[in-house]
Design a protein around this ligand. Structure first.
Ligand code: AFP
Length: 333
């Protein structure tokens, strides 16, 4: 069975769908960088890359060594493509502009270089999440954080690379969701699913139930009905999953359906949620919508939210449309 590799796929997209060459260059650059991150992640203790870096990120979170290594690789990998004018990351307080000795391009890229860091030391799936936005002034070197504050509906490309039993690159250009699997023999990403669709009916839900006492009532009601299973109003049993890495949860939902939730809770009423809008919720929401699902903050479509700060957080309900709509209806009551 002959598969298309990433470069052949982009050549066809450029020829048949008018994909800009520089956007293809950027995504190929990200794919090459993530091959390197996959290698570093797979070496773990052998490369002395497990454990804490002894530093904190802008979120005040302790950084793992691999967080810092992955961030440095992504910054360098994106800048070298000559396709970007600004780079933002969960691991950096402010965006970076392109060094004067490097060519500048028309795109802004923001990423979570290694999502699910708490899984690193226990050998559980983690991933890189990326989002590509248009630079408001094209290839301009004077980019600031404010230039990134665009709604997720402005994204030009979005996706992730999940480092699990397989390393897979999953992304959308606005014409559906594509899954590529890294062939370790050729070291090429090859197309393994070109028609990703989320099943309408869910059988699984994902939420961190240890936070149950902190949830708002609509979430408590929705989860209670799922737990009642066939004995309650839903009339069927559900299974629960929680991998503690959004990339793994979204990957499962794209492959076999379900709903993922990280609601705001009363632990910190000022915080609208845990997950970040720009480089977690927005790219994942676009993927889910492109695969026929829904993504809201409980009330509004995530892709329609106008960001106010680069690292702002948001509540997330995403996955099977009928489930996201149901829990959303409880929020509106
Ligand atoms: P880390 O990158 O700090 O491990 O956080 C991962 C994450 O942002 C997201 O990927 C998970 O879905 C969520 O947090 C897990 O949160 P809990 O640790 O509170 O379950």
């Amino acid at each position: 069975m002959s598969y298309t590799n990433l470069k052949d796929f982009f050549s066809a997209e450029i020829a048949e769908n008018g994909m800009p060459q520089q956007l293809a260059d950027l995504l190929i650059g990200i794919s090459e960088t993530c091959k390197h991150i996959s290698f570093e992640v797979s070496r773990g203790a052998l490369a002395g890359v497990l454990g804490m870096a002894g530093t904190e990120n802008v979120q005040g979170e302790d950084q793992k060594k691999l967080d810092v290594i992955s961030n440095d690789l992504m910054v360098d990998g994106c800048a070298r493509t000559g396709a970007v004018c600004g780079i933002a990351s969960e691991e950096m307080d402010h965006c970076l502009t392109v060094p004067a000795d490097m060519p500048v391009g028309p795109y802004l890229v923001c990423f979570d270089p290694l999502d699910g860091s708490s899984n690193i030391d226990i050998n559980v799936s983690i991933g890189t999440i990326f989002s590509v936005l248009p630079g408001p002034r094209g290839a301009d070197r004077n980019v600031t954080d404010a230039d990134f504050l665009q709604p997720g509906s402005n994204q030009l490309a979005a996706g992730y690379v999940v480092y699990g039993p397989q390393t897979q690159m999953v992304f959308t250009l606005g014409r559906g969701v594509l899954m590529f699997t890294l062939d370790r023999e050729s070291n090429e990403f090859v197309l393994t699913n070109a028609t990703v669709q989320i099943p309408a009916a869910a059988k699984e839900f994902a939420i961190n139930c240890s936070n149950m006492r902190h949830w708002e009532n609509p979430v408590k009601r929705y989860i209670a009905e799922l737990l009642e299973g066939k004995t309650g109003v839903r009339g069927k049993d559900f299974n629960m999953r929680w991998v503690a890495a959004m990339v793994a949860e979204v990957h499962r939902i794209l492959n076999r359906g379900g709903i993922f939730m990280y609601p705001r809770d009363n632990r910190d009423p000022c915080k609208p949620g845990k997950l970040r809008l720009m480089y977690e919720a927005n790219p994942m929401s676009w993927l889910v919508e492109q695969a026929g699902g829904r993504a809201t903050n409980g009330y509004d479509r995530i892709l329609g939210i106008q960001p106010e700060t680069l690292h702002q957080r948001v509540a997330v309900f995403l996955g099977a449309a009928e489930e996201v709509d149901l829990v959303g209806s409880y929020h509106k009551e």
